[in-house]
Design a protein around this ligand. Structure first.
Ligand code: XIL
Length: 313
């Protein structure tokens, strides 16, 4: 039987999904996750607020649960994420820091979390969502304290702790060639020239039906030309709900085109969807009135979007 991971593997790519702790007690999800997908990204439990809720006190119960869920299904794990302004505990975001004290906090966090999973993960999203839409820097506590140096600090520490895992910088609304993706491109180019160990650029690709950019592949190609890998890391394509049949047909084309952008670029290593069933998706709670963003319906039937992916593989 054809599976997304099987067809992707024949093209030298992986096909992944995010999974969250609240989802794995759903027997249908647990039965299906390892069939179409050979990579798992933990949806939440590797984020700073979960792993280090108070300073230098680390908890891995929830992350371990998903790593073991993945391992028993022969899925590789993408670690997500180490340095991010969101889901960051207040002791970090509202702390009083100097360059030295915040650097020590970042390095300790990376050291502890990456050491815990050393040798067990294949990618880490080291740094997530650092740019505003216009390509200026997001004014996170990291940027306000350290300027752009926090990115190099994080990647250098990450490489030193676990040289076996590919290190990614990840962002959203960077699918098209636009101000934000160009800021990311320029930063990666500059950091690579300075010897900062960035292996890959992740494109979250939270998109809207009918709005998959026509220059998605060209954008991948310009990043690939820098020598890094690229990956689609959090794909979903949302629409207003209830979704019309016209929207679901357009979504089929959109999924096909998004996946093709990766398939057509040798340095694109794989695609991850941010959940695979509309039953478990972050979209309806984050974007009220929108949803139906994933390739399986809420009763686990493959949607036209699923056939769109198949036709790209
Ligand atoms: C989302 C999760 O799916 C939600 O459960 C959580 O409430 C908020 O975060 N970009 C990212 C992901 O990098 O970590 C986010 O995940 C979605 C947007």
């Amino acid at each position: 039987q054809q599976t997304l991971q099987g067809l992707a593997a024949a093209k030298g790519k992986y096909f992944g999904t995010s999974v969250d702790n609240s989802e794995i007690s759903d027997p249908k999800l647990a039965a299906l996750a390892g069939v179409d997908f050979n990579v798992l990204t933990p949806g939440n439990p590797m984020k700073w607020e979960v792993t280090e809720p108070t300073q230098n006190s680390f908890t891995y119960t929830l992350a371990d649960q998903l790593v073991s869920f993945a391992t028993t299904r022969n899925m590789k794990v993408r670690g997500h994420t180490l340095v991010w302004h969101s889901q960051l505990p207040k002791w970090v975001s509202e702390g009083t820091w100097t360059r030295d004290t915040l650097t020590a906090v970042i390095e300790n966090h990376i050291d502890k979390v990456m050491t815990k999973y050393k040798g067990q993960l294949f990618h880490w999203d080291v740094v997530n969502e650092i740019f505003n839409e216009d390509g200026t820097w997001r004014p996170s506590v990291f940027y306000k304290t350290l300027g752009e140096d926090f990115v190099a600090i994080a990647f250098r520490k990450a490489r030193a702790v676990d040289p076996s895992v590919k290190l990614y910088i990840n962002d959203y609304n960077t699918d098209a060639i636009n101000s934000k993706s160009t800021a990311l491109y320029n930063l990666v180019k500059k950091l690579l020239a300075a010897g900062v160990p960035i292996d890959g650029v992740g494109f979250q690709s939270h998109m809207i039906v009918g709005q998959v950019p026509s220059d998605f592949q060209a954008n991948f190609e310009r990043f690939a030309a820098l020598g890094v890998e690229v990956a689609i890391t959090e794909l979903d394509i949302r629409t207003t709900t209830p979704a019309s049949s016209a929207a679901l047909t357009q979504q089929q084309t959109d999924y096909k085109n998004a996946v093709l952008a990766c398939v057509n670029v040798p340095k694109c290593v794989g695609v991850t969807v941010w959940g695979f069933t509309d039953k478990h998706s972050w979209i309806p709670s984050t974007f009220p009135g929108e949803g139906a963003a994933l390739p399986y319906s809420d009763c686990y039937k493959p949607k036209p979007a699923y056939n769109g992916i198949l036709s790209a593989l």
